[in-house]
Design a protein. Structure first.
Ligand code: FMN
Length: 151
């Protein structure tokens, strides 16, 4: 089972969550390719069995700059990832009520649009509620791994 993990981050928190996921997935025996930065060519070249995206939100509901090129290129090239299982971990701050976790939502919508198959409901990590997002995401990552491996 080959998993691609990538992240979109401004201050590095989503990257840290992705690092944790990479470590846990490897420890569970998955083959992991970490795309840093995410590019459409690298994703298609890896042709993974599954995808995990970790993404924060910036501005007023915007994607971090380091994932915008990926997002827009995916939108324009629109490579179908039919039935490919994916999960999204979204980082945000509920203080931004109208745009809470919108970066993650955008990535999720994009992956659904290219016909990928959401494995678990998106995890939302709220910076207003927790200062330990990496630890908080561990149970979700473990469930993601178990669900993937039981397919
Ligand atoms: C300038 C700025 C704008 C932000 N805008 C949003 C937003 O619109 N929606 C949201 O849910 N969180 C927003 N956040 C919160 C971040 O997404 C959150 O703190 C996240 O954990 C940062 O992760 P990162 O270190 O990977 O960038 C914003 C944070 C900053 C500093």
């Amino acid at each position: 089972m080959h998993l691609v993990i990538f992240s979109g981050s401004v201050f590095g928190t989503a990257d840290e969550v992705a690092d944790m996921a990479e470590e846990r997935c490897r420890a569970a025996g998955l083959q992991v390719s970490r795309l840093k930065p995410a590019t459409v060519d690298a994703l298609l070249e890896k042709n993974p069995d599954a995808i995990l995206a970790c993404c924060s939100t910036t501005g007023m509901g915007e994607l971090p700059a380091n994932i915008q090129d990926f997002y827009y290129e995916m939108e324009s090239r629109f490579p179908l990832l039919t039935d490919k299982p994916f999960g999204v971990i979204a980082l945000g701050d509920a203080g931004y009520c109208d745009t809470f976790c919108q970066g993650g939502e955008q990535l999720r919508d994009l992956l659904l649009d290219v016909q990928a198959n959401e494995l678990l409901p998106m995890l939302q990590l709220d910076a207003a509620e927790t200062v330990t997002p990496v630890e908080d995401a561990e149970p979700w990552v473990d469930e993601f791994i178990t669900t993937l491996q039981s397919r």
